[in-house]
Design a protein around this ligand. Sequence first.
Ligand SMILES: *Cc1c(COP(=O)(O)O)cnc(C)c1O
Length: 374
Amino acid sequence: MVQSQWPYWLPLRSDLRNISPYGAPQITGVVALNTNENPFPLPQEVVAAMSERLGQVVEGLNRYPDRDATALRGKLAHYITQTTGVEVTTENIWAANGSNEILQTLFLACGGVENLALGFTPSYSVHPLIAQITKTPWFAGSRDGDFAIDIPKARKLIREKSPHLVFVATPNNPSGTPTSIGDLKELAEVTGSVGGLLIVDEAYAEFSAEPSATTLLADFPHVVIVRTMSKAFAFAGARTGYLVAKPAVVNAALITRLPYHLSALTQAAAETALEFTPAMQSEIDLLILERNRVEAALAGVGFRVVPSSANFLLFSGFKGESSAIWQEFLDRGILIRDVGLRGFLRVTIGSPAENDQFIAALSSIASSPSDITE
Ligand SMILES: *Cc1c(COP(=O)(O)O)cnc(C)c1O
């Protein structure tokens, strides 16, 4: 919506008048490979257990939920301890409605007009978006041609700008490329030296072999790891994200969270999902195998594929505009993502059947008379 479309009587902030709401198209009746969800529905045993648990919770919905989501945070702490080898407790965890809400809570606590936030683009567009909404100045650092962060350059930049918040998504979205733990350590060092927080967005960590940035917490108290149950955990619809950090960061989040922000239903559902972690994550290995298969298919038609440690692939090497190729896929019933990066498109790894459909569309587009490949 552009400025002229806002009614005269609406006192909308002037700095928000020209921005459009975040959102990938939600189109029904197509193969949706555009938002990096896990394509597999919840296993039946989880559906049964969760339905029973939610049935019990419903009776008590006249009461507010546990404001501090203590039981859920305990289960998340256990999960992080088990999967990253770093022992954490409830005091190290904060949970919210998706990791986007976690990011907003952090911006509200440590951002604002006087505090600079810095990221390395192209990366997750929601980081600068929430910066804008919370009136936090944003500095966009860059990545090199392989979408890696040039560490000496980044160190220099952080020393120059002294940001309060530094964002690194790893594996990065939209490129799928990881930042090594050694590089993160260097970024943690320099961010600490200027008094900032290093926020490591690990939305896709479960797909990656790199150690988690939780391993930096012992030496670097100003590191915050942001996680989500939306991707590998196959739980996007329930909206559950969390952070792992020193208790002081959690206490800061308590100041800026809304009272009773996480419903009793969400807490109960997420607790149940965590009780069934192996079942909820049983398809990760298959998704990685499928990622390799889709990557080979893309390379097979002459496209270039960015090596990915996540559940999606960024590809290039087509002649036309990204938007035109995106439309070609949609015309064949496949919804992928135009991430606004010239000459690139991103595809989420789906179920084997969905990937077959993507590959069929790909072959048809690559061999079509419009000759879109180089
Ligand atoms: C998907 C995604 C998130 C947001 O996930 P939620 O559903 O809000 O938990 C956060 N960071 C990155 C990098 C993502 O790709």
